[in-house]
Design a protein around this ligand. Structure first.
Ligand code: AMP
Ligand code: MG
Length: 395
């Protein structure tokens, strides 16, 4: 049995960034850049007006001044005349500043009559204008390698002329449920049977984590059935995730079948609750996770171990899981024989607080519904007061 940090270290050592591919920008959301992207332009490409108003010479406006309007420039147009002493040009937001002018006075701070405009206050050079290349210079790296492609990143990448980018490939994840008693939703249940919640849940978790997910169905608790589906999973996947059949029971055949399929086991038990029987192995570059069958256990196992592996494969430099200290909403007394994770809810009143949810154990998915965090409790007896900080993993 190994400790959680140890387990994570072993997993991350075996999970490397996947090869790269070039994808259209509109398909790059949530991927991680495998190249550094430089700007192909100065931005702004010319010194531009930040307000609708009048382009003026600040030297003319050290005191209230009346200026002659010589021209009007709309966005997309370019001034044809130089602003000379005593003159101003009507200008729109985004338009290039005419030669001679060094500031823009917002329209609402002026009074115009006919072809003159009155500026009633002193104007500083540079007011309401953005100099050429102030945001970025041609050739400057603006989106470094390793950046997660967010909507903002997509906007910036388009600004610098990119319609495609080089990113890490998405991991292919195969999901396999196991158990003679497990039945897919849509079928009648007889006594002793339970519905397959892990299969659909783990598929959703892998999808959500950005993987290309393949669902293999339910393997029965016999070598033949497991062997067939494990082989199908290992045929093409980067990561095979099984749920159930990994503990020490008579019908827990997963470790044996995986070993026969060529997997090297790295650990088989982690000192944690829920989900102590957790198997991790590799076959070449392929990762294999055997998660415990109880749905909350497999959920926690995925969050703590599978998701960080997927993040690392997708090129994230900080694969997590990232626990942040948050104040407890209520006092909490706990007694655990192993480090324990419990579902919790983040409350946003004035500040963020975290409230532990009532749970009826590791099969209680209802207790998990509405949880947007897991909190980490140490082994032993601990009493927390309301407001005490507790390590919290946001889901
Ligand atoms: P196991 O790890 O196979 O011993 O399973 C532990 C518990 O989780 C048993 O009560 C199983 O019935 C239950 N279980 C296993 N697989 C699933 C599944 N796919 N969906 C829901 N419950 C499951
Ligand atoms: Mg089972």
């Amino acid at each position: 049995m190994i400790e959680i940090p140890n387990a994570l270290e072993i997993i991350l050592r075996h999970a490397g960034p996947l090869p790269t591919e070039t994808v259209p920008l509109n398909l790059a959301l949530s991927r991680v850049l495998a190249e550094s992207v430089a700007s192909d332009i100065d931005s702004p490409p010319y010194t531009k007006a930040l307000m609708d108003g009048y382009a003026v010479r600040s030297a003319d406006c050290t005191a209230p001044a009346t200026l002659t309007i010589i021209e009007e420039v709309a966005a997309g147009q370019v001034a044809t005349r130089t602003v000379e002493a005593g003159q101003a040009t009507r200008i729109m937001t985004g338009a290039p500043i005419p030669a001679g002018a060094d500031a823009v006075v917002p329209h609402e701070q002026t009074e115009s009559t006919g072809n003159t405009v009155r500026v009633g206050r002193p104007v500083r050079a540079g007011e309401s204008i953005l100099p050429r290349a102030r945001e970025m210079r041609l050739g400057e790296v603006v989106v470094p390698e390793g950046t997660r492609v967010t909507p903002q990143a997509i906007g910036l990448l388009a600004t610098v002329g990119r319609s495609s980018v080089c990113v890490h490939r998405r991991p292919r994840v195969a999901i396999l449920a196991t158990g003679d008693e497990v039945v897919e939703a849509g079928n009648p249940l007889t006594l002793g049977q339970i519905r397959n919640s892990n299969g659909p849940m783990l598929v959703a978790m892998a999808d959500h984590a950005g993987a290309v997910t393949e669902y293999l169905g339910i393997a029965r608790d016999n070598r033949e059935s497991l062997k067939t589906l494990v082989a199908r999973g290992l045929d093409n996947a980067d990561v095979l995730v099984l749920a159930g059949g990994v503990s020490a029971g008579k019908f827990d055949l997963v470790p044996e079948v995986l070993a026969a399929a060529g997997m090297t086991a790295h650990f088989h038990k982690v000192r944690m609750k829920p989900g102590k029987p957790l198997l991790f192995g590799t076959r070449g570059n392929q990762l294999v996770f055997g998660l415990p069958g109880n749905p909350v256990s497999s959920f926690v196992g995925f969050e703590l171990f599978v998701r960080p592996a997927l993040r690392k494969m997708m090129g994230h430099s900080q694969p997590g899981p990232t626990f942040v200290p948050l104040p407890l909403a209520a006092a909490l007394a706990t007694q655990n024989n192993r480090p324990t994770y419990v579902p919790a809810q983040i409350e946003k009143v004035d500040a963020l607080r975290v409230r532990v949810r009532t749970s009826f154990g590791s099969a209680d998915l209802r207790g998990l519904l509405g949880a947007d965090a897991l909190v980490s409790l140490p082994a032993g007896t601990v009493e927390y007061a309301a407001g005490d900080a507790i390590p919290t993993l946001m889901l």
